[in-house]
Design a protein around this ligand. Structure first.
Ligand code: IMP
Ligand code: MG
Length: 179
């Protein structure tokens, strides 16, 4: 285990098994629909690639980047679009793939933005859900795991751009970010 971690919350095996289950549900729900799977950079990149490779139905890929916390562990409520989709989504079934939902600001902003472009549907697939931290209402349609109110890193999730490449998800020691 990385020395900056308090403990491992989700092992590589646990994550992998859950990703297979989510992929099977998406396959069943989107059979024949050729959904547009939107990766929210950078945090969901490993979740996204594992999930899409586990799916059997054909899908299309696109990427978006939205500003989140910067180097702080707390949300500002401010959301900025850094990189937009490369394709039109009018009439498409869209699935937004995100690493973690916390306050809900990021995805509620994003859902509004996407809906304004006339898609057939927009659903949210998030690996982790910190339900107790929600500020704005937001439903996660496909959820990997509920997450306690702890700062977690690994499997794409970062603190100040670090720890993203850990193959598991762990709880970051408070001493690392409370300085
Ligand atoms: P929200 O807008 O508050 O829902 O924030 C969602 C974003 O905050 C996520 O996409 C992450 O980038 C970031 N975030 C929230 N909690 C954590 C965490 O525990 N570890 C790493 N990033 C987090
Ligand atoms: Mg993120």
């Amino acid at each position: 285990m990385h020395p900056d971690l308090e403990s491992i919350m989700l092992s590589q095996e646990t994550i992998g098994a859950r990703v297979q289950e989510l992929a099977a549900r998406l396959d069943a729900d989107y059979a024949g629909k050729n959904p547009l799977m939107v990766c929210i950079l950078k945090g969901s990149v490993f979740f996204y690639t594992d999930l899409l490779r586990a799916m059997k139905e054909p899908v299309e890929l696109d990427f978006m980047s939205i500003s989140s916390y910067g180097a702080s562990a707390n949300t500002s409520g401010e959301v900025r679009l850094l990189k937009d989709l490369g394709c039109k989504i009018e009439g498409r079934d869209v699935v937004v793939v995100e690493d973690i939902v916390d306050s809900g600001y990021t995805l509620s902003y994003l859902k509004r933005l996407l809906h304004s472009r006339g898609p057939a549907s927009v659903r949210i697939c998030a690996l982790l859900d910190k339900v107790s931290r929600r500020v704005v209402p937001l439903d996660v349609d496909y959820k990997g795991f509920d997450c306690a109110d702890e700062f977690v890193v690994g499997y794409g999730l970062d603190y100040a751009e670090r720890y993203r490449t850990l193959p598991y998800i762990g709880i970051l020691k408070r001493s690392v970010y409370e300085k």
